[in-house]
Every structure is written in C-alpha cells, then in structure tokens.
Design a protein around this ligand. Structure first.
Ligand SMILES: Cc1ncc(COP(=O)(O)O)c(C=O)c1O
Length: 386
C-alpha cells in the first residue's frame, strides 16, 4: 500500500489524501477497506500473503494510516496507537530505564504530566519541570542522566510556544533526544522533525481525526533505528489502533489542511474580539502580536491553529459561568473537532495537575474553535461573556 517513493515531492494537501491510500489491490476500492480481522490464512506454515500474520503486529488498515502519518510528518515511520497516552507510554518505556532523567514542560496536557508523575516515576525515572519556551531554562535543567526533553508546542492549555529548532540544538549538543507533542498544531501547521526533533507524538483523537468520533495516538520518527525499536515495543506492549479507529483517523486526515485553515481563521477573529472584551483580562493565542511566543510561532508554524485560552476578570466562578452559558460551543473535554468546544481546564482537563508546577489558573477558559460560521461563534461567545 505504499506510495512512499513518489509521495516525497508532493504537497501536503495531496499527501494527506493519497499517502498510504492506494486503491485496494483486490477490488479497486479507492478507499482502504476496514480490515476488521485478527488473523490471516497462511499458505503453508510461515507462508504469509502480503506479510500479515496477526493484527496486533500489523493490519492493512493500520498500515495505510501509519504510512500516511510518516508522509505527513516527513518521517521514516509512523506508528498508530489506541490513544495518545498509549503512544506516549510506548515511547517512554522504549527510551527510558530506571535512573534516567527527563525534562518536561511547565505547561502540558494534564494526562501527560500524570503519566510522568504517577506512572513513569514509579519505575525509577526522574523528571524536572522547566519553562521550555526559555532555551536557557531547559539547558539549566539538564543533568548527566537526562535522556530526553519533552515539549508541547503550542502547549495545553496556556498556548505557550517553544522554539523547536533552538531546543533541538541544545538536545543534540547534550546527546539527548527531543520529543515534540504536535497535537495542537498538526503536521499541516508545524513539522517538528524538519526542525530537528527526534520523535513526534500525537493524540490523533484531536485535529488528525477531526470529528470527535475516535480516540487514537501516534508516534513518528525520522530515525530508522529508533523506528525499529518503537515498532518492536508497539507489538510487544500491544496498545495498537484497531482497524476501524485507524480508518476513521485516515478519513479525517483527508480534510486536515482545509480544516486547519478554517480553525485558524475563526480562532484569529475570536482572539481579536476577546482582547477588546471588558470581561476578559488576558487572551492566550500565539497569533496575537503581543503573545510572548508570537515571533517563534510565526517562524515555525504556517498559521496559529484553533486553540485559544483566556482569563476572565471576575475569577473562577465567572469563568465556570461562561462555560455554562455558551450555546454553540459545547461544554466538554477534548479538542480539535469540527465542532467548537469550551471547557474549564482547572476543573476538567487539567484537574490532575492541581497542586503541581503545572497547575492552571482558576479563571482560565479554554476554547477549541471549530469550523462553524465565525459570525455565529463570535455572537455565542459574546452572549456567554455577557
Ligand atoms: C496535547 C495532548 N497530548 C496528548 C493527549 C493525550 O491523548 P489521548 O487523550 O488520545 O490519550 C492529549 C489529550 O487531551 C493532548 O491534548
């Protein structure tokens, strides 16, 4: 199912639709079928047709998605998992052994922090929290035992921006690996491997799937040796994407480019409106010129994405009330779907970071700006702010 040779010169929008998506060799179906199967008939012991023997190890629908992911991120290999956290877990248990040290960001998805703080730390891996938007702070956090630097940019939920190329320079000279969670940007807006990252992580649940109908994760790397190790661990640990979930993500990715353009356009309009609103004390959106990461974002991103966070003037209860009052923005966790979502990170997605260096302000509201009419979204937010 590979188009890898010819795909390398093609543009993103074309790759999104065609990479990994060759017509089914049996029927000519233009979309890869959902190979809802666990095992494959062998023509005599060890006589595999097309290399497939058991669907934890490989499944044709998942292969199609994995080839697509590798092409979109400009990597050698993509691996699709049951969730973003399953991908992260596989990566960490492939790269780290007891005694190792990791630098993690001071703003990140609460579940990623929980994985480090509550799970991986029990296996003897230590971590330091650093402001990754400041390369000097990351350099200062390195120890002789540091094995990797973990970055999320833009970060969840404070929309902090980390200079991927600058951190890749630091990582390289220290002999450590740089991992970038590219969930908020998607490969259409940002390509971490080209900027020097070693591994890209995705929650494909978000923009890649794009329709709030699937949970999935991915790892993509340009390092052939590491790709082999990760694939070995993916099979050995087993948290793979099922065929239907892989198919849903592959289908979502076809419209990624047009969706991200619209998400970014709508979010830019809303962010500008929010900066002028009397009940809003601060707007966190990398597209705003006053955002501290704006210049770096403009350098490494094609547009600024669909995520906005803002703080309300009257404190936590007022922030919760705004979340309760929207009509088009649905109150819910997650992000990256075509429909707009609103949430209160302190009590919802980031509740697990309470009391930690990653705790978020109580007056914070997070928006996942969808691709509905920008006028309708504007009116909804204005009425909710009162
Ligand atoms: C930036 C980021 N990374 C990783 C994850 C974890 O992904 P999943 O929920 O698919 O396990 C999330 C989920 O919200 C996220 O926002």
């Amino acid at each position: 199912m590979s188009h890898q040779h010819s795909s390398e010169q093609r543009h993103f929008e074309t790759l999104a639709i065609h990479a990994g998506n060759t017509a089914d060799p049996l029927t000519g179906a233009v979309v890869p079928p959902i190979y809802q199967v666990s095992t494959y008939k062998q023509d005599g012991v060890g006589g595999l047709r097309g290399g497939y023997e058991y669907s934890r190890s490989a499944n044709p629908t998942r292969t199609a998605l994995e080839e697509n992911l590798a092409a979109l991120e400009g990597g050698r290999r993509g691996l699709a998992f049951a969730s973003g956290l399953a991908a992260e877990d596989c990566l960490l248990r492939t790269l780290l052994v007891p005694g190792d040290h990791v630098v993690i960001p001071n703003d990140a998805y609460g579940g990623t922090f929980r994985l480090f703080a509550k799970v991986v730390s029990r296996w003897g891996v230590e971590f330091s929290v650093a402001d990754t938007s400041d390369p000097a702070a990351v350099r200062a956090a390195l120890t002789p035992r540091t094995k990797l630097i973990w970055v999320e940019t833009p970060s969840n939920p404070l929309l902090g921006i980390t200079d991927i190329a600058a951190l890749s320079g630091i990582a390289r000279s220290a002999g450590v690996r740089l991992v970038v969670d590219n969930t908020f940007a998607s490969p259409y807006l940002q390509q971490p491997l080209a900027l020097g990252a070693d591994v890209v992580v995705h929650s494909t649940t978000k923009y890649m799937g794009g329709h709030s109908d699937v949970v999935g994760g991915a790892l993509i790397t340009g390092d052939a040796e590491l790709a082999e190790e990760l694939a070995y661990h993916q099979n050995a640990m087993g948290a793979v994407a099922g065929p239907f979930d892989a198919w849903l993500v592959l289908r979502g990715i076809k419209t990624l480019a047009v969706r991200m353009d619209r998400h970014s356009e709508n979010a830019t309009r809303l962010a500008e409106m929010l900066t002028r609103h009397p009940r809003v004390s601060q707007v966190l959106y990398p597209g705003l010129p006053e955002h501290p990461g704006h210049e770096v974002a403009a350098k490494q991103m094609k547009a600024f994405g669909g995520m906005i966070s803002f703080r309300v003037t009257d404190g936590e209860e007022a922030a919760v009330a705004v979340c309760d009052r929207t009509e088009i923005f649905t109150l819910g966790e997650s992000l990256g779907g075509v429909e707009s979502l609103i949430e209160h990170p302190g009590r919802m997605t980031h509740a697990s970071a309470a009391g930690s260096p990653l705790e978020v302000p109580g007056d914070l509201v997070r928006l996942s700006v969808g691709i509905e009419s920008g006028d309708d979204l504007m009116a909804d937010l204005q009425q909710a702010l009162g």
